[in-house]
Design a protein around this ligand. Structure first.
Ligand code: ASP
Ligand code: MG
Length: 438
């Protein structure tokens, strides 16, 4: 980037300080670089041992030798984050969230320093950066912060000097200077956000699977790797429990049009490309099946119509940061009203506590709970223009004698809540019936 464009960037950045990232990104494109910028992200299993870390460095060196500027984002080694969480739980049943962020952020810091050392040992220049050193500014929500802005000046300078930039995933800093983390699996989001801010030519997520599959191959026979998938489909799959990508990473990629791919750290296969427009193989209406266990259903029933209390229930839950998923309510003259909703089983105790403590205010007479449920979903952009997708889904499940407890739909997905014991059977039946299997 020449001096002139750098100055322009600085000025515009000052003016738009605090505005969303895309503005920042637009200003960065002022300086047109001939060299391509590549962001490569490696997850915990891909950096689990010193040998693997050296392997990551070698892989990044190959990328640089193609003439690219390379930023590497890494997760904590192996199961480090889990170990740190367990450690905190030995000290306290409810550790302060701020201190959890402080603790968890150390995991990634180990990896970045080791990786930078590996580059040096291989004869290359590299610098490691924590989230805040890399200019990653987040909102002040401990353990689940969103990235608000990235000040890329320092990374730009280091890249310009021909160094590798090694950045800690999953962490940032809030306006007051507290270290924050981005939610479990958040290193993906760091990588995509950096790619957007640096106007990178590609962002590659290297992981322990070789791409995005039509369903999790550990549970569904015949699951296939997808060559391409659209941002929207991937966003639904990620939100519906396909653990391969952090949902916010996909959201970021979509909003900023970041060319994203998921591929294996152990092979040279191209993996799955995630982009806006895809060429659909075989014209399939359903492109993937996702599932998630550990779902609970809560039902509140009333004696008489309950104007206003529906809002009250969900307001109270929101105040306590309890995520509600599917909500079902139906009002008719003849029957006493009720509302059911699904949550993660792990929030059930807190949900009960919150609702019971506002019982009079909310006005329900009974609360029922059901645990041991799972959510199974079908996803595909082709659904928008195809009526009868849900009907077909219910029929497939009926033929397998699987009871459907709740339903929710969007333009490109249908989700059902079923008994957890039927989850794999449901997923396989749907995967086969929609022609996704080999
Ligand atoms: N180390 C963090 C986690 O285990 C972040 C990540 O791996 O993406 O959740
Ligand atoms: Mg991950």
């Amino acid at each position: 980037m020449d001096v002139f464009s750098y100055m322009i960037k600085e000025v515009v950045c000052c003016i738009c300080g605090g505005l969303p990232l895309f503005l920042l990104r637009a200003t960065l494109t002022v300086g047109v670089d001939k060299m391509k910028t590549v962001v490569m992200k490696f997850g915990g299993t891909s950096v689990a041992t010193p040998e693997k870390i050296i392997g990551v460095a070698k892989r990044a060196i190959l990328e640089k030798e193609k003439g690219n500027r390379v930023v590497i984002v890494v997760s904590a080694m192996g199961k480090t984050t889990d170990t740190l969480v367990a450690l905190a739980n030995e000290i306290s049943t409810e550790p302060p969230k701020r201190e959890m962020d402080m603790l968890l952020a150390t995991g990634e810091q180990v990896t970045i320093s080791l990786l930078a050392m590996a580059f040096k040992a291989l004869g290359h220049e590299a610098l490691s950066f924590t989230g805040w050193q890399a200019g990653i500014e987040t909102e002040s929500v401990p353990r689940n912060a969103r990235i608000e802005q990235i000040h890329t000046e320092r990374l730009e300078r280091v890249l310009e000097n021909g160094f590798f930039c090694v950045v800690a995933g999953f962490q940032g800093v809030d306006k007051v200077g507290n270290i924050t983390t981005l939610g479990r699996g958040g290193s993906d989001t760091t990588a995509v956000a950096l790619a957007a801010a640096l106007n990178a030519d590609k962002c590659e997520i290297y992981t322990d699977v070789d791409g995005v599959y039509t369903a999790d191959p550990r549970y569904v026979n015949g699951a296939r790797k997808l060559e391409q998938i659209s941002y929207d489909e991937m966003l639904e799959l990620a939100n519906l429990g396909a653990g391969v990508l952090h949902p916010r990473a996909v959201e970021f990629a979509k909003n900023n049009n970041v060319p994203l791919s998921v591929r294996a750290s152990y092979s040279d296969e191209p993996g799955t490309i995630i982009q806006e427009v895809i060429t659909v193989e075989k014209n399939l209406i359903v492109r993937g099946v996702a599932f998630e266990r550990g779902i609970a259903r809560v039902t509140a029933s009333y004696e008489k119509p309950f104007n206003g209390s529906l809002a009250k229930i969900f307001m109270k839950l929101a105040e306590h940061h309890i995520d509600v998923d599917i909500i079902v309510q139906s009002i008719s003259e003849e029957i006493p009203p009720s509302v059911s909703f699904s949550i993660k089983e792990e929030s059930l105790e807190e949900t009960k506590r919150v609702l019971e403590s506002y019982r009079d205010e909310i006005g329900f007479v009974n609360l029922n709970y059901e645990v041991g449920l799972a959510k199974v979903s079908i996803v595909g952009s082709g659904m928008v223009s195809n009526p009868g997708v849900a009907a077909r889904m219910f029929d497939i499940l009926r033929l397998q004698d699987i009871p459907v407890k709740m339903v929710s739909t969007s333009e490109i997905k249908v989700s059902v809540v079923v008994p957890e014991s039927d989850m794999e059977k449901s997923a396989s039946a749907l995967h086969d019936a929609y022609g996704l299997s080999y």
